[in-house]
Design a protein. Structure first.
Ligand code: AMP
Length: 478
C-alpha cells in the first residue's frame, strides 16, 4: 500500500522538520482528510476516535498558515480543561517550533496579570478554557481583531449546557471572517446541528475506524462495598505498568487514593478541586511515568495524552456513554492495544448495555479474579510496585534537542522588550535572528529560547554583554 506522506500537503520546511522530529512519519486518517481542507481555509466539523491525531490535524494547518510577522493572536483554540489547554499549547509549540510560533495557554486559577502580560507580547496562537478566555476578552486583554482561526476542541463538551453560554459569548466577540473548526470523538447529532450556527457551510469529516483502535472491553458485576477488594485483585492480576482509575466524584477519588496509598500503591490523584500547580505536577509526573496508577475524575478523560496506558478501570460506571468513550480513549492510543475494565453493580448493568450499543462493541462480562490466580500473581505485582517505573519517552525530545531556554533576571520592570533581546543576541558573532525562538517577558524575568544548538554560545556571550545598557544575570532556565 502506498503510504501517504506529509509532503503531499506542501508544508513549509520548518513545519516538516518539526513533524519529522516528532516522529510523525505519515499523516493519520483524520489528518489526511482535515489538513488539505483546513489549508484551504474551510470550516470543518471533524469527528474521529480518541487518540487518532486530532490535535495535529488542526495544529499543523494553523502553524502553517499563521503569519510569523503578525504580533496579535491569529488562532484561538478552546478546550474544556486546563490540562488539555496546556497539552494542546505544547503540541502547537512543538509543531511550530522551527517557525518560532508562540502559543500561550490561558486558564483559570493562574495569575491573570501574568497572562495579561504574555498576551501583550507576540502571540500567534492562544489556547484556553472558556471562562478565562471570556474574562480576557471582556477586559480587553485578549486582542482578537486579527483572529483567523477558531478551534473548538472536544466540541460536544464545549457546546453542552455547562459551557455553551460562555462559548457563545466568546464567539460573538470574534471576527466573522474566520475559519471555524470543531473536533471531538463523540458528536451527538443535536450538538452537530447547534454548531452549524457558528459556521459557514462546514465540511463534515467523519473518520470511521479504518484502522481500528484495539481495546478489549470488560465489565465485572460487583456490589459497591466490594469494589475496593475487587480493584486490588484486578490490579494484582493485571499488573499494568501504567493505569488510570476513574471515579465518579472528587470525594470518591480522594477516598480511593488514600486507600491505595495506604496499601503502598505507586499512585497519585487528579480532580478539579486540587490546586492547579498540583494538578499540573501530577499530570507531568504521570506523563513521565513516575508513578503507575492515576486515580481521577472525568477531568482526565478528555484528550489527555499519556503514552502506554495499558489499562483503564472505571471504578464507577461513567454517567453517560460519551464519557466512557473518552475514558477508554486514554488507552489504545496511536496504534497500541489497551484494556478497559468497568465495575458495575446489578442496577448499573443496563448502563453498560447502553454503552455497548453506543460503541458498537461487546463489553464482555467477566468474573472477579479467583483467589488462586490472585495468589499466583501477587509476587510479580509486589515486585513491580517496588520497582521504580521506567521513565516514559518524551515525544518532543528530538524537536527540542538543539534548543536551550535562557533565563535573564530582567523583564518588563526594567523596560525590556523582545526587540531589545533580539537586537543584542543577533549581534553575537555566529548567531542570527533565526536562532532566536520564543521570547517570554515577565515582570522581573525574561525567557529566551535559543535554537539550532547555539545556546552555549549565546550563554557565554551574554555573561558580559549588556542589553539596553544593562548587564543581566543569565543562566539556563530550569
Ligand atoms: P491526539 O488524538 O491528537 O491526542 O493524538 C494522539 C497521539 O498520536 C499523540 O501522542 C500524538 O502525538 C500522536 N500523533 C499524532 N499524529 C501523529 C502522526 N501523524 N504520526 C504518529 N503519531 C501521531
Amino acid at each position: 500500500m502506498l503510504m501517504k506522506s506529509f509532503a503531499t500537503f506542501n508544508l513549509s520546511e520548518e513545519i516538516e522538520k518539526a513533524l519529522s522530529g516528532l516522529q510523525y512519519k505519515a499523516p493519520t486518517t483524520i489528518q489526511e482528510k482535515v489538513i488539505p481542507v483546513a489549508l484551504q481555509k474551510k470550516d470543518i466539523v471533524g469527528k474521529s476516535q480518541t487518540g487518532s491525531g486530532k490535535t495535529a490535524a488542526f495544529a499543523i494547518p494553523i502553524c502553517e498558515l499563521v503569519q510569523w510577522e503578525e504580533n496579535k493572536p491569529q488562532a484561538l483554540i478552546l478546550t474544556p480543561t486546563r490540562e488539555l489547554a496546556a497539552q494542546v499549547k505544547d503540541d502547537v509549540i512543538n509543531i511550530g517550533r522551527f517557525k518560532r510560533i508562540k502559543a500561550t495557554a490561558i486558564f483559570g486559577k493562574q495569575s491573570y496579570e501574568r497572562q495579561k502580560l504574555e498576551l501583550k507580547q507576540k502571540t500567534h496562537v492562544v489556547v484556553g478554557t472558556p471562562g478565562r478566555v471570556l474574562d480576557h476578552l471582556q477586559k480587553g486583554t485578549l486582542f482578537v481583531d486579527h483572529l483567523k482561526f477558531l478551534v473548538i476542541d472536544e466540541a460536544d463538551e464545549m457546546l453542552n449546557m455547562g459551557f455553551i453560554e460562555q462559548v457563545e459569548a466568546i464567539i460573538k466577540e470574534l471576527p466573522e471572517d474566520r475559519v471555524t473548526m470543531l473536533f471531538s470523538a463523540t458528536l451527538p447529532e443535536d450538538i452537530e446541528n447547534l454548531s452549524v450556527r457558528y459556521m459557514k457551510s462546514p465540511m463534515y469529516i467523519h473518520v470511521e475506524e479504518a484502522a481500528k483502535v484495539s481495546i478489549d472491553h470488560f465489565f465485572i458485576n460487583t456490589e459497591e462495598e466490594d469494589k475496593l477488594p475487587l480493584l486490588k485483585d484486578v490490579t494484582i492480576v493485571e499488573n499494568p505498568d501504567s493505569c488510570i482509575i476513574f471515579c465518579k466524584t472528587q470525594q470518591g477519588v480522594d477516598d480511593l487514593y488514600r486507600k491505595l496509598k495506604k496499601a503502598h500503591y505507586s499512585c497519585d490523584k487528579l480532580h478539579g478541586s486540587m490546586v492547579q500547580e498540583d494538578r499540573f505536577a501530577v499530570m507531568e509526573d504521570f506523563k513521565q511515568g513516575k508513578f503507575r496508577y492515576l486515580v481521577a475524575t472525568d477531568i482526565a478523560a478528555r484528550g489527555i495524552d499519556v503514552e502506554n496506558i495499558s489499562l483503564v478501570i472505571s471504578f464507577d460506571v461513567p454517567q453517560d456513554k460519551e464519557r466512557y468513550v473518552h475514558r477508554i480513549g486514554r488507552t489504545g492510543r496511536a496504534g497500541k492495544t489497551g484494556k478497559a475494565i468497568t465495575f458495575a453493580t446489578s442496577r448499573e448493568e443496563n448502563l453498560v448495555k447502553e454503552i455497548e450499543e453506543y460503541i458498537g462493541e461487546e463489553i464482555k462480562r467477566i468474573e472477579s479474579p479467583i483467589h488462586a490466580e490472585v495468589a499466583r500473581s501477587k509476587s510479580a505485582f509486589e515486585e513491580k510496585m517496588n520497582t521504580k517505573p521506567l521513565p516514559k519517552h518524551d515525544k518532543a525530545e528530538q524537536v527540542n534537542k538543539d534548543i536551550v531556554k535562557l533565563y535573564f533576571n530582567g523583564g518588563k520592570k526594567k523596560k525590556l522588550r523582545a526587540v531589545d533581546f533580539v537586537g543584542t543576541i543577533a549581534k553575537i558573532p555566529g548567531v542570527t535572528a533565526e536562532d532566536i525562538g520564543i521570547i517570554t517577558i515577565q515582570e522581573n524575568a525574561t525567557y529566551v529560547d535559543i535554537l539550532n544548538g547555539k545556546g552555549p554560545l549565546v550563554l557565554a556571550a551574554m555573561k558580559d554583554t549588556t542589553i539596553k545598557g544593562k548587564l543581566l544575570k543569565v543562566h539556563v532556565a530550569r
